[in-house]
Each structure stands twice: as C-alpha cells, then as structure tokens.
Design a binder for this molecule. Structure first.
Ligand SMILES: Nc1ncnc2c1ncn2[C@@H]1O[C@H](COP(=O)(O)OP(=O)(O)OP(=O)(O)O)[C@@H](O)[C@H]1O
Length: 584
C-alpha cells in the first residue's frame, strides 16, 4: 500500500487536473441526486393533482439538471484522464531512465521479462487505479452518502431496508476484493513468465527455427499460457461474481420496499412518489457500492504493481559515479589489472581469480583460452559493466572507480561477440557510437571496419533503414557495422570480443591490419577463439579456469605454454595456420 502512496508524488505536476476532475464529478453527483427528488415532486404534486404546467416546468428543470450533470461528467473524464495518463507517462519515463542506468548485475537481478511487464502492465494498472479513483472514488461515496441522507430525511419509513442492506453489501464486497487481490498478484507473476518466454523466443526466433524447436517451444509457451489463463480466469470470475450477488441483494431490497410501500400507501402513511424515489436512491446506493468495489479492485490490483515499480525505482545502483569523480582531459589507455577477482553472484564461484597483467598504451593484446575461462568477463570489467570483487583495475595510474563513468565508457570502444544493432538508419546506428559524427567520420569508420563495400551497394547508403536488430543485414554486415560504430569514436581502448568471427578470414585480416595501423595509439584487446586472429598481437594472454596461465608473443607461448600449444594443435598446428593464411 505504501508503494502506491509513494508513487502519488508523480501526480504532483498534475494537481490542477487531479482536483478539477473530481470537482466536475461533484457537479454530476449533485445533479444525479436531484433527479429522483424532482421526479418525486412531479408524481406527487403534478401528476397526482393533474397540474400540467407544474409537470412541464419540473420536466424542463429535470432536463437542465441532466445537461449540467452531463457537463460535469464530461469535464471529470477529460481532466481525470489527463492527470492519470500523464502520471503514468512520467513513471514510465523514470523507470526507463533507471533501467538505462542499471549495471549489468542490476539487470540480471530482474530479468528482461519482468522489466517489460513492469514498464507496460504494471504501470498501466497503476494508471487505471488513479484514473478510476479520480473518476469514481469521489463519485461513489458522494452518491452513497447523499442517497442515505436523502432517504433518511425524505423517505425515513424505508430507511430500515438500507440499514440491513448496506452492511450485507459491504461484507460481500470485502470478501470478493480480498480474494481477487491475492489472485491478481499471481496474475502479474504469470504475465512475467509469459513475457520472458515471448521475449526469448522473439529474439531467438531464428535459432528456434534452425534447430527445429518450434514444437518444443510451442509446448513450453502453451503451458505458461495455460497457467496464466487459469489464474486470470479465477481472478476475473471473482470480480464478475460480485455483480450478480450485489444485484440479487438489491433486488431483495426493491421487493421489500414495494411490499412495505403497498401497505403504507394503503394506510395513507406514504405516497407513491416516495416509494419510487426510494427505489431510485436504493439503485443509486447499489451503483455507488458496485463502482466503489470496481475502483477498490483496481486499487487492489495496483498494489502489487506499485510494489514492483518501486522495486525498480528503489534499486540501489551498484555502479555509480563517486561524488567527486575524476575527469581528465583525455585517457591514454595504460591499463593494469592488480590481483583482480570476480564472481557474478555474492558468495558465488569466482569466475576470475587473482588476475595480474599490464597493457601499455597502444599495445595490442590477444586473449585466448578454453571455453568459459573468463575472457569476456575480464573485458566486461573495463567499462565497469560489472565491478571487481577484490583487487583493482588501474587506467593511467588511477582506479577506474574514480573516473567519471560516462567518460570512462566514452573512451572504450567495445565490439561485442553478438552484433547488436537498432532499428533506424545505418547513420543513426553509427551515431550510437558518436552522437555528432560527421559524414566524413562515418566514411572513415566504415572503411576501417571493411563495411564501405556493402554500404556503397545500398541505394540510400547511410540512410538505408535497418529493421529491428538489423535483421535485414547478414551476420557479417552487422558485425562490420558494429565494429564501425565502436571505431567512430576513436576510442583510447578498443575491445574486440570475438567480434570478427562472423566475417570471412580475408576481411578479418584487413580489419585487424587497419586497426593495427590506424589505431596505433589505442590499447587494444582482441579476444579470439582462433590463434590466427591474434598471432600478430604484441602480447597474448592465455586463460584457463579464470586464471592467466600464460603471457607472451605467439612464438614464446608456442615454446613455453602447454595450454596454448594444445589450442594450437587442436586448430591444426602449423598446417592449420598456413591454411588460414592461404585462405587469407
Ligand atoms: N551474466 C552471467 N551470470 C552468471 N554467470 C555468468 C554470466 N556470464 C558468464 N557467466 C559464467 O562465467 C564464466 C566465464 O564466462 P565468460 O563468458 O567470461 O567466458 P569466455 O571465456 O568468454 O567463454 P567463451 O570462450 O565461451 O566465450 C562461465 O562459467 C559462465 O557460465
């Protein structure tokens, strides 16, 4: 409950809309309450005495009251909607901004599926609760209290019916809401699971198809979907069940009123108009209660959603700038790992174990090793996607934790294993690397990345539009653009994480040669699975089981390092290297 209240601060900029909306509603409520009273007068004072001019006068008044009520209703809808939609938009913006600032560890904790559900379903459910509260929560209590008071004053002979019905209706309402609230919490969790499955399948659709796993995935999705349907059905049945039970109770009230009314009219202690007015007020009371229960249901539903939104907003960033962060005019790229250890989870197994090495400015460092030995993890620590558990990483004599995060990341050009492009033009994708990149810079970066050739063949060259994830390009083309995007900022530190695996051997050689020549000053890490990709590096680090088990040039390692020799032999030894060179 606290979470939902805390979110209400987002309504502050829209206080005017949030106040004026319910005020309009008060007008509508006032008019709604007047209607049965006017009707009672028409019946008892006009129709009963055959006074036509009185009936016409009062009917016109009734029409006026209806028009004023209509204006009130429309005004309330317009302003309440404005307040609620803007409130939700601001929360969504903040959630997005927060997630953008998340460290990789923060993102791992939530998972993409849950974050998507929070940014969509949960925020919509909170928006709904606020909108309904502004529209109905004011209306219902006012109608309810107004009706009870009017019945007490003008139809007291029927007040006992209300005294019995109201507690009954309240208990029924409370019972249904309590149970539906529990079910809706489960609904959100089921939607999380469904979104995770959907997201995985949509991003990996090619793999699913290529491996012929459609049936398996269909079955998996059907199970999750069925679970979601089951819980959702129960939750909605619970809400829908409320209405008939309430109507039944009110109908009993109407029968009781008619029964008592007939006796009282016979005795001459009441008039027909009073009975009709009472039945009208009874219906208003019922509608008020049902509407309130809908709002309360929406609020109950919004509680777990608000909690989940707050979880994101209150997440403590585990990687942030220091209060006085270091911002040198430029970074040279002299790097040192001092006894660095790291694990992905608290108390989890160490993935990197006491790493020590130094890379001088401009040095080209190859990294090779067994599968899962920690190569990618090592380079994820440089731009602080994750922070070291123990030890320190020093750049130009300063701990990387002292640098302003934005500057540190700007000076590092990472080319990930899997080229990740965004929907938009090629130029827009390149500007991801450097916001204000000129045409000349784009030409130069794409030439270095060996991407000019395929771009020149596109009619609109840099204005060619990429679909989501750049899926209208080949793997090699995507990889080249991803390389160009990193090169365009001329970073002090370049990291290639097996990034040339999708390009052919000749292009790989050209890309690396250009990198060696044009980025002579940039300290470069080249993670590779093939020895041929790194044999010309100034130094090669060999990794096994989270440790550096060898460092040296290709020839030194061939002579001294068993792990390197094993990799060399599994890649065909000397013949394999000759074959690679020949294919180049
Ligand atoms: N996000 C993560 N959460 C938890 N464990 C992870 C995560 N990423 C990697 N790991 C684990 O850390 C270890 C090292 O992984 P890493 O990707 O650094 O190895 P690698 O040497 O680059 O492997 P490869 O050659 O297969 O690319 C592996 O055991 C892997 O399972």
């Amino acid at each position: 409950m606290q979470s939902l209240f805390s979110l209400l601060k987002y309504l502050k900029p829209y206080t005017f809309f949030a106040i004026i909306g319910p005020l309009f509603m008060c007008v509508e409520v006032g008019m709604d309450l007047l209607q049965p009273m006017i009707m009672q007068h028409i019946i008892d004072n006009g129709i009963a005495t055959n006074d036509t001019s009185y009936v016409v006068k009062m009917s016109l008044l009734m029409l006026l009251v209806a028009v004023i009520g209509l204006i009130g209703g429309i005004g309330c809808s317009i302003y309440s909607t404005k307040a609620a939609v803007n409130f939700a938009t601001d929360i969504r913006q903040d959630v997005f901004q927060k997630v953008e600032r998340f460290s990789a560890k923060n993102t791992d904790q939530f998972g993409a599926g849950k974050l998507i559900t929070i940014a969509t379903n949960d925020i919509t459910s909170v928006q709904m609760a606020v909108m309904m509260t502004l529209k109905i929560l004011v209306r219902s209590p006012l109608l309810f209290i107004g009706s009870v008071i009017i019945v007490f004053i003008s139809a007291r002979e029927f007040f006992s019916i209300l005294l019995i019905l109201i507690p009954l209706l309240t208990i029924v309402n409370w019972y249904f809401m309590k149970n539906a609230g529990k079910l809706f919490r489960k609904v959100q969790e089921a939607i999380d699971k469904m979104n995770t499955k959907l997201q995985e399948n949509l991003t990996g659709i090619r793999v699913v198809k290529a491996l012929g796993r459609q049936d398996y995935e269909k079955k998996g999705f059907a199970e999750i979907n069925e679970e979601q349907t089951r819980i959702n059905t129960s939750a909605n049945q619970m809400i829908m069940g409320l209405m008939p039970v309430m109507l039944f109770l009110v109908n009993i009230g109407v029968v009781a009123a008619l029964w008592m009314g007939v006796i009282k009219v016979d005795n001459g202690t009441t008039e027909v108009g009073v009975i009709l007015a009472f039945i009208n007020y009874l219906t208003i009371t019922l509608n008020a209660l049902i509407s309130s229960s809908h709002v309360l249901m929406a609020i109950t539903r919004a509680f777990p959603s608000a909690e989940r939104i707050q979880q994101v907003l209150n997440t403590k960033m585990d990687i942030e700038n220091k209060v006085e962060s270091y911002e040198p005019s430029s970074i040279k790229g002299d790097i040192e790992f001092r006894n660095v250890s790291f694990s992905y989870s608290k108390n989890g197994e160490l993935v990197l174990k006491g790493l020590n090495f130094r890379a001088r400015q401009g040095e080209k460092i190859g990294i090779i090793g067994t599968i899962g030995s920690g190569k990618s993890t090592l380079i994820k620590l440089l731009p602080r996607l994750y922070d070291v558990d123990t030890g320190e990483i020093i750049i130009d004599g300063k701990n990387i934790k002292d640098y302003k995060l934005e500057q540190l990341r700007e000076e590092i050009g990472v080319i990930p294993q899997k080229a990740m492009l965004f929907s938009g033009t090629i130029a827009e994708n390149l500007r991801f690397g450097k916001e204000n990149a000129s045409k000349e810079e784009m030409e130069a970066a794409t030439a270095t990345a060996n991407a000019s050739e395929f771009i020149d063949k596109l009619d609109q060259r840099f204005e060619h539009v990429l679909t989501q994830g750049g899926n209208n390009l080949s793997g090699g083309q995507k990889q080249r653009l991803s390389i160009a995007r990193a090169f365009i900022r001329k970073p002090a530190i370049v990291i290639l994480d097996d990034s040339t695996s999708a390009v052919d051997a000749l292009s790989e050689k050209e890309i690396l040669n250009t990198l060696y020549q044009e980025y002579e000053q940039s300290t470069t890490f080249i993670i590779a699975s093939k020895i041929s990709s790194i044999m010309n590096a100034d130094r090669i680090l060999v990794m096994e089981d989270g440790k550096i088990v060898g460092a040296g040039t290709h020839h030194e390692l061939l002579e001294q390092n068993n792990v390197y020799q094993d990799i060399y032999n599994t890649q065909g030894g000397k013949e394999g290297m000759i074959h690679e060179s020949a294919s180049n």
